[in-house]
Design a protein around this ligand. Sequence first.
Ligand SMILES: Cc1ncc(C[n+]2csc(CCOP(=O)(O)OP(=O)(O)O)c2C)c(N)n1
Length: 313
Amino acid sequence: MAVVNLQTLSKNEDLLTGGHRACAGCTGSNILRQIMLTAGRDTVVGGATGCMEVVTTIFPYTAWKTPFIHSAFENCAATVSGAETAYRALKKRGELPVPREQINFIAFGGDGGTYDIGLQSLSGAMERGHNMLYVCYDNEAYMNTGIQRSGATPFGAHTSTAPAGKVKQGKDRHRKDLTKIMVAHNIPYVAQTTPFHWKDLQMKVRKALDVEGPAFLNILMPCTVGWGFDPALGMELAKMATECNFWPLFEVENGEYKLTYKPKADRTPIEEWLKTQVRFKHLFKPGNEGLIVEIQRWVDDEQRKLLKLCGEA
Ligand SMILES: Cc1ncc(C[n+]2csc(CCOP(=O)(O)OP(=O)(O)O)c2C)c(N)n1
């Protein structure tokens, strides 16, 4: 199916209804909505125990108009891979209760549930070749339980388990490169995107669902509570993350890297991005200038490597 314009897309059925309990300004619920507008009704969704599971399924309510499988933190990918296998087996035997040409299987996990706790089940599901999409909505910490650091938390960010104070200045390691770990599984489709770039997101969801076999999307999700910014600015921050190369948009189809968005030639310095969020406030205290230089160095290094992989350098 081709990528459609925003007007057409917004006329598709909303499969994540309003009235869920996401925070004001949450970009995560927007990510879920955008994905479901593209995926359509014939979709089975699984959710690991992150914010998005909690806020959309507070018992006895659900915001989902599709089947939704609750899953533990560590096994969302395994759960959805099991459902996908059952579907294939029933289809083969001609025993599907309701005939369906094609059903999408999508597993959602936060960065804690994906980079860290659920990584083994995700790796297993991808390696076994299930026809499913795994989406990591990456808000860069364990937001649901009090903003603990995760493998996705960026260098210098203040979290409740990597606090900025006298001893430390936030997290002292750069984030794990989960997207590349997924590429190393040699699956048909891996990509990074953000909710701001709706066309990019839609195209990637479409491709991920259309490939035969596993697909993985890593989607940056600005979190007003954990990052500390005005709830009106979530999308702006998603855009800025891309403009300063902190979150480049690219895809890897059968091992081939491709940049899907090129920031303006005068790319935004990382300082501008850091300034927008309370979690980086301490970096602007006298004596911490070197930490900002280190973040810029890391961003530039990563970007150089990516451009090489994309054949752009
Ligand atoms: C095995 C296990 N350990 C810990 C928890 C408690 N817990 C629930 S949500 C959560 C953090 C979720 O973080 P993340 O996956 O990044 O999602 P977010 O809340 O940020 O959306 C934790 C630690 C749990 N439910 N299961």
